[in-house]
Design a protein around this ligand. Structure first.
Ligand code: I3P
Length: 105
């Protein structure tokens, strides 16, 4: 499962609030493989390698972010270590499909 997602980090490990200046939305190319969500930044480093973040979705919970109304098609991902991310998908269908895939893991 793959595609572009915009991400906003909402809470760090143990539910701590992400500090000011690091709360913005960023675009990633997301790939879900097994129990891992790979988030590739859409910019490249000087050496040509892509920057990638890795989020374990083992025992994570994805659900539509009903209380977040600033953007459409946003789902919340809560990880087993209590990080919280918001992800904006390109359409309602893409959002539903990401939620279903993540919760299947
Ligand atoms: C954040 C950025 C986010 C905004 C967030 C800001 O600033 O503007 O877009 O979230 O508001 O703190 P920065 O990039 O300097 O971290 P929204 O898009 O949801 O408004 P927040 O602190 O209320 O989450």
């Amino acid at each position: 499962h793959k595609g572009f997602l915009k991400r906003k980090a909402h809470a760090n490990i143990d539910g701590k609030r992400i500090p000011w200046g690091k709360r913005g939305w960023k675009t990633f190319y997301a790939v879900l493989k097994g129990m891992v969500l790979y988030l590739q930044k859409d910019d490249y480093r000087m050496d040509g390698h892509t920057l990638e973040e890795v989020v374990s979705v083992h025992h994570a919970l994805a659900e539509k972010a009903l209380d977040y109304t600033k953007r459409p098609h946003v789902f919340r991902l809560q990880t087993a270590d209590w990080r919280i991310f918001l992800f904006e998908a390109g359409s309602k269908e893409q959002m539903s499909s990401w939620i279903a895939r993540i919760n299947l893991v």
